[in-house]
Design a protein around this ligand. Structure first.
Ligand code: FAD
Ligand code: MLT
Ligand code: ZN
Length: 477
């Protein structure tokens, strides 16, 4: 049964173009595309389009533009800010890239991978690994999130501290623009100063400026040695001091440096199977450090032992566990990667994905914790995140037993309380998750004046009918 509001002429053209597996109109088939991972939004759509090629995607976009139908690009649907969810009108089509899932090339001379947008990050990482290479982007959602979605949000994650965000890894791009034209900037050059870097405009545009269909991603040699340790530290300042100690010895060796508060760790230990705390007793805070090197010697183990030895002596670290095998390493990472899932299971939560200069992190956490505890008694303040690059997920979990809806009704009060402190410290209200539809209301006060005005002008120039992911990034009147 078809539940679509599409004009009959467009319906027929899309059905002919995409075939039965590429054109879904039954609400049972489209339901999972209309809600987000956090289950904050429940939208509707006129259809889900699943083109298998760039040419089909371009043709589908052209048809939608001709009929004035809004389009919502979607990859793995793991957005934390409702970026890939259509609104409730049911007028938009979701354009899912999941069928564009081929790895086209791995180039050992340039160390690049050419990959279609619908390949999951995990599949791309595994393909690189098979060739003795590494795709150096790592996020907990990598099994579902795909290359297109990752580039569209400029995802960050665990290895930003060493390799940068998705933006730094993308050398080339192909995209279907909002008028259906195919933009091909699929060059794999490290140097290319020939006018505007249009690929960078698409990266981080959250699906508002076009649909990314293929990309050239920079790879790295696979490390030959890794050392991973989970350390108990007194607080965020302690984690930063430990980070500084590693950085002083060998900044290039740090592959990841993550922070977890005692509260967020406690939720993982309690709510996720096979994730007990691997230390003798709970601590106020933890740092997960990973060192990696292309060298096959024991220099990383020496570095790890020297820095941790000094940290034990000075009281900076009170307990630590070092991974002695790949399985142990993966178990330590699982504890970190299950943080988002544990918080989801703990009830409603409000996510503040903020960044501040490193030196300001302890002050930020202290002030924001006090302010949120004063705002909502019993609130569980559960910060964690990529402390090595200044990004803290200052997540707030509902008081135990509280009504989730009542808690979420105060989301703006909580987000604004945190954001006001972030602002005084020179930070950003969204470090890596983007704006989506959740945070559009913050844009005028944070990115107002010429900054938001220029963004609007770019959007209007490329998408004059505002059909590409409307309602995202820009606040509506
Ligand atoms: P989607 O959710 O499908 O889409 C995200 C946005 O990109 C939407 O605006 C959508 O319209 C647009 N989009 C999708 N595909 C395309 C395309 N081909 N062309 C143009 N626009 C497109 N993010 C981080 O940065 N770091 C983390 O550590 C991190 N951890 C996460 C952990 C979990 C458990 C979850 C659920 C999410 C996490 N995220 C993280 C958030 C999320 O942004 C990333 O998973 C990823 O960037 C989204 O990829 P996706 O394919 O799921 O995109
Ligand atoms: C992560 O780093 O695990 C996610 O970006 C965090 C989140 O749940 O906010
Ligand atoms: Zn994150």
């Amino acid at each position: 049964m078809s539940d679509t509001s599409l004009p009959p002429e467009l319906y027929t053209a899309l059905a002919d173009l995409l075939g039965p597996s590429g054109f879904l109109t039954n609400s049972t088939d489209t339901a999972s595309y209309c809600t987000d991972w956090r289950m904050l939004y429940q939208g509707k759509c006129a259809a889900v389009l699943r083109p298998a090629t760039t040419a089909d995607c371009a043709q589908a976009v052209t048809l939608c533009v001709q009929h004035g139908v809004p389009m919502v690009p979607q990859g793995g649907n793991t957005s934390m800010v409702g970026g890939a969810t259509p609104d409730e009108s049911g007028k938009a089509v979701v354009i899912s890239t999941t069928r564009m899932n081929r790895i086209l090339n791995i180039d050992h001379a340039d160390l690049t991978m050419t990959v279609e947008a619908g390949v999951t990050l995990k599949a791309a990482q595994d393909a690189a690994l098979k060739e003795g290479l590494m795709l150096p982007l790592s996020i907990s959602s990598e099994g579902s999130a795909d290359i297109g979605g990752i580039l569209a949000t400029n995802a960050g994650g665990n290895n930003t501290v060493r390799y940068g965000n998705a933006r730094e890894l993308a050398l080339g791009l192909e995209a279907v623009m909002p008028d259906g034209a195919v933009l091909n900037v699929m060059r794999k050059l490290r140097k290319d100063n020939t006018g505007y870097a249009l690929r960078q405009l698409l990266i981080g545009s959250e699906g508002t400026l076009g649909i990314i269909t293929t990309a050239v991603i920079q790879l790295q040699p696979q490390p030959r040695t890794r050392e991973t340790a989970l350390c108990a530290v007194p607080n965020a300042k302690g984690a930063l001091d430990l980070f500084a100690a590693f950085r002083k010895q060998d900044p290039a060796a740090i592959q990841a440096f993550e922070y977890m508060s005692g509260t967020s760790m406690g939720l993982v230990n309690a709510l996720i199977d096979n994730c007990p705390l691997p230390l003798s007793e709970p601590a106020a805070a933890y740092a997960l450090v990973e060192l990696a090197s292309p060298r096959a010697d024991d220099s990383l183990r020496t570095l790890m032992e020297e820095v941790l030895g000094a940290a034990f002596e000075s009281g900076l670290v009170s307990d630590a566990v070092l991974a002695e095998s790949e399985t142990q390493r993966q178990n330590l990472w699982m504890i970190r990667e299950e943080h988002a899932e544990a918080q989801k299971r703990a009830g409603a939560s409000v996510k503040n994905d903020v960044s501040v200069p490193l030196a300001a992190i302890p002050e930020f956490i202290e002030k924001a914790t006090q302010a949120c505890e004063a705002l909502i008694p019993g609130i569980r303040v559960a910060p964690f995140g990529h402390i090595g690059d200044g990004n803290i997920h200052f997540n707030l979990v509902q008081p135990e037993g509280a009504d989730p809806k009542g808690f979420l009704a105060q989301d703006h009060a909580m987000m604004d309380t945190v954001a006001n402190i972030v602002r005084t410290l020179g930070g950003s209200f969204s470090a890596e998750h983007g704006v989506g539809q959740l945070k559009t209301y913050m844009m005028p006060s944070w990115r107002g004046g010429a900054e938001l005005d220029s963004m609007r002008k770019i959007k209007a120039a490329l998408d004059p009918q505002n059909l590409m992911n409307p309602g995202k990034i820009f606040p509506t009147a």
